[in-house]
Design a protein around this ligand. Sequence first.
Ligand code: 5GP
Ligand code: ZN
Length: 112
Amino acid sequence: MSDCIFCKIARGEIPSNFVYEDENVAAFNDVNPQAPVHVLVIPKKHIASSAAVDDSSVWSSLMSSAVKIARKLGLEENGYRMVINTGEQGGQSVPHLHLHLLAGRNLGWPPG
Ligand code: 5GP
Ligand code: ZN
């Protein structure tokens, strides 16, 4: 996907400081953070949304990377939230699968 913003970030075409990177996953700070810690974890391969995942290894790499990042950032003691918005009513605005890792304040529930 040549014009997908998260593909461009994953390919390094838009300079970003990766919080974490491996063969399958990249993670970087959200440009509009909703909490003191707001990291986006994405598969490097373009997948439009959670609904388009057809290979369960995508979930293992995404979720295990998010937990590793939480550990690396010292979030385990106070806790954190992982969110994947999907589709219009789910609040997804970027059509490349991403997991939000949020922490650093008391997060409200239910979400708006
Ligand atoms: P969604 O609403 O799709 O669940 O989340 C998309 C997220 O991507 C939003 O939190 C938004 O702030 C973030 N975002 C959109 N464009 C960019 C960008 O170019 N760089 C970064 N770092 N974050 C972005
Ligand atoms: Zn993409």
